[in-house]
Write a protein that binds this ligand. Structure first.
Ligand code: ADP
Ligand code: MG
Length: 574
């Protein structure tokens, strides 16, 4: 047995840092929170190499005095709380006194700071063994600059978990956008690789706030959002929710703040979903920016090392309040104009009714088959049989040799399209079709940037996209198979999928397949009654697809109630 021993301090710090500093965005988060706690009105962030090379955060806040500088980088040293009582009603973003020592344990950290009363600034570096150098006088305006270089140099294993520079920077940007939505009075500038990526001037007045909101979520959000301001007892909920037409595939545009602190919380997300349950199809996620304010003593913010989660004293009341307030608000809203194009100011080009034409095309194909008299032998080889009815315009009922076949027409159509598209992609035989009128799609600035970066990948899929401005894309072509799809929705779905995958490293083929299946989902619309010819055409096409031996993706598109099962229902012995 080994003896028990105390770990050396640098190792203790490295272990603790693992919880707080996961990736470059965590460094930016902690430094910017410190600047905000210091009352900064301007925060400038410079990033190189996705944050691994350099992160420099400069603020014009209260500064740190010369004598306090060494303490700032010591573990469990903070100016923000002193007693348990303070902890219970904490207003600042930080309070654990862990961020700076954690950063110093995994990167090279330098702090330069000057308070309003000092004639010059003081500079301090943390040495490799974790101890701070003696402060040296330097010229610096009042405020603080933190410089972090060579992230994870001391824990090379951690570096291996990082993704591409662009992906890491994307996380930084998204995180900064998140916090900027709760500190409108503070101005932010973000630069990466010498390029200004985000410039958010301080916003005091309502129009300025809305401008920031539009800059981050896209102007389209503003035009399709409802303002929220509800109070019940000690609880207050403010912010904006997007109308259902803005819904997304991912919950990546849900911004929650509890007493101004950005949080990710299951309870809050759940309440939001409940509020939208009647107006959103399953699998779609609402867009929302919501601020919940309550007595600090009613919520425990010390529930997570990075302070991203909170615990409510009375979770149930909080959830019900949010769900009910938003549900009521949505109920009062009138149906929204069509989403996808500048809030209706530019109307989308006329589109043929895609699913109808698709089935009709199939119908024509079958008419060319020797019709109508199929011999018994021929019928026997049609596993999905002959269509009888289109139940509620959802399920096709068909009589087959084996019994009753029930087909989900919508799912089947999706599946057929997907297999065709996949085959075309594999065979390098994708047929792309120019749109009659290239379509403008309003997006958020980060989506536009992503589109620019993934242009080639999208083009491979037959979707030619051009970035027209910081919030506008132009879509010029679609795969011919998806002609008539909801283009704006499709492009946004693909971008949100791309934002969550790493196009640079993820297996290209797998990613392409996922995108293709997403695209097909967007190309099919539900609820159209089919004629018998159309139904039969769909059944034949589905048989061909099934027989091509592809594994079945996603939900099933058909089931058989065989005679054995039917006989069992009716207690009929045969
Ligand atoms: P915490 O924020 O939890 O207190 P940190 O390790 O992040 O812990 O910071 C330690 C202390 O250093 C803070 O309590 C604060 O007094 C000081 N400090 C850090 N960054 C700044 C800054 N940008 N401006 C002023 N003071 C700062
Ligand atoms: Mg802090």
């Amino acid at each position: 047995m080994n003896r028990i021993r105390l770990l050396p301090l640098p190792l203790v710090n490295q272990i603790a840092a693992g919880e707080v500093i996961e990736r470059p965005a965590s460094v930016v988060k902690e430094l910017v929170e410190n600047s905000l706690d210091a009352g900064a009105s301007r925060i400038d962030i410079i990033v190189e190499a996705g944050g691994v090379g350099l992160i420099r955060v400069r603020d014009d806040g209260s500064g740190i005095s010369r004598d306090d500088l060494p303490l700032a980088v010591a573990r469990h040293a903070t100016s923000k709380i002193a007693t348990l009582e303070d902890l219970l009603k904490v207003h600042s973003l930080g309070f654990r006194g862990e961020a700076l020592p954690s950063i110093a344990a995994v990167a090279r950290l330098e702090l330069i700071s000057r308070t309003a009363t000092e004639p010059c600034g003081w500079r301090l570096q943390v040495n490799a063994n974790g101890s701070p150098s003696a402060p040296m006088p330097v010229a610096h305006p009042p405020g603080t600059t933190a410089i972090v270089t060579d992230l994870f140099y001391s824990v090379p294993a951690r570096r291996k978990f990082l993704r591409s520079e662009e992906t890491e920077f994307g996380q930084i940007r998204r995180w900064l956008e998140r916090i900027a939505l709760s500190c409108f009075e503070t101005g932010f500038v973000l630069r990466h690789k010498q390029r200004e990526v985000l410039q958010l001037p301080p916003a005091q007045m309502a129009v300025e706030r809305e401008a920031r909101l539009g800059q981050i979520l896209g102007r389209e959000f503003l035009e399709h959002a409802l303002e929220v301001d509800c109070v019940a007892g000690d609880l207050r909920l403010r912010g904006w929710i997007g109308l259902p037409t803005l819904s997304r595939l991912q919950a990546d545009m849900q911004f929650w703040y509890v007493n101004r602190r950005p949080v990710r919380d299951k309870l809050l997300n759940h309440a939001l979903r409940v509020a939208f349950r009647d107006v959103l199809p399953s699998g779609r996620q609402p867009v929302a920016v919501l601020y919940l304010d309550l007595e600090p003593s009613l919520v425990d913010v010390n529930a997570h090392p990075a302070k991203l989660e909170v615990r409510f004293r009375d979770a149930r009341t909080v959830r019900d309040f949010i769900a009910q307030s938003l549900y009521r608000l949505l109920g009062q809203a009138r149906p929204a104009p069509a989403a996808g194009t500048f809030g209706g100011r530019l109307s989308p080009p006329p589109q043929v009714n895609e699913s109808l034409s698709f089935y009709q095309a199939l119908g024509e194909q079958t008419e060319r088959l020797p019709n109508p008299a199929l011999t018994e032998a021929e019928e026997a080889i049609l596993p999905l049989g002959q269509a009888l009815a289109h139940l509620h315009a959802i399920y096709i009922l068909a009589e087959a040799q084996a019994g009753l076949v029930i087909v989900d027409a919508h799912a089947a159509h999706e599946r057929i399209l997907y297999e065709k598209l996949k085959r075309q992609l594999e065979d390098n035989a994708l047929v792309r079709q120019p749109l009659l009128l290239p379509l403008k799609v309003a997006v958020s600035p980060s989506e536009a940037e992503l589109a620019q970066r993934c242009q080639d990948l999208l083009a491979e899929l037959g979707i030619e996209v051009e970035v027209l401005g910081p919030e506008v894309l132009i879509v010029r072509t679609l795969p011919a198979l998806l002609a008539g799809a909801d283009v704006a929705g499709l492009v946004r779905d693909l971008l949100s999928e791309l934002a969550h995958s790493d196009a640079a490293t993820e297996a290209q083929a797998a990613l392409r397949e996922r995108l293709a299946s997403l695209a097909c989902r967007r190309a099919v619309r539900a609820g159209q009654r089919l004629s018998r010819e159309e139904m039969n055409a769909l059944l034949r096409e589905l048989e061909r697809t099934e027989r091509s031996g592809q594994c079945n993706h996603g939900r099933p598109s058909w089931v058989v109630l065989d005679f054995k099962t039917l006989d069992r229902f009716f207690h009929r012995g045969r």
